[in-house]
Write a new protein. Structure first.
Length: 144
């Protein structure tokens, strides 16, 4: 994540900046294509939504990452912009951002809009849901 997140509304705490940093670091780790990170960060009942895949669960996502790694695929470039953190309630966080990412086997990056819902469980942030779809072209703005 390259953009400094903004926090909006909802619950606040004494360490809001630390929470922003912690959640963006977790989000960054999810782009590493590490199945173990997915297995421990996503709740067992988590839902993931991808444009060309549809809705899948955590175990399907972990299996897909194992397949990508076996095929030699990994993200080589990930940049973000328009990062926003919404805190609708204590123990709940929604991180939304635009990502520009490139697979190692593709010549150009793709752009996505991503949203991840976190719940604070067992003294750490866990992913409840993640959505990633192609970003529409932005009019009059530089790309991330």
């Amino acid at each position: 994540m390259t953009d400094r997140p903004r926090e909006q509304g909802g619950a606040s705490g004494t360490d809001a900046g630390g929470r922003l940093d912690e959640l963006t670091e977790i989000e960054r780790s999810l782009w590493s294509n590490d199945a173990a990170i997915y297995a421990t960060t996503f709740l067992p009942e988590a839902v993931l939504v991808f444009e060309n895949v549809g809705r899948i669960g955590r175990d399907d996502a972990v299996a897909a990452i194992h397949g990508e790694v076996a095929a030699g695929r990994h993200w080589t470039q990930v940049d973000s912009a328009d990062v926003t953190l919404i805190r609708p309630d204590e123990g709940v966080a929604v991180l939304s951002y635009r990502a520009r990412a490139r697979w190692n086997n593709e010549p150009a990056p793709s752009e996505y809009i991503c949203t991840t819902v976190y719940a604070h469980r067992d003294a750490r942030w866990r992913v409840v849901a993640h959505q990633q779809t192609s970003a529409p072209a932005r009019r009059g703005h530089e790309r991330p």
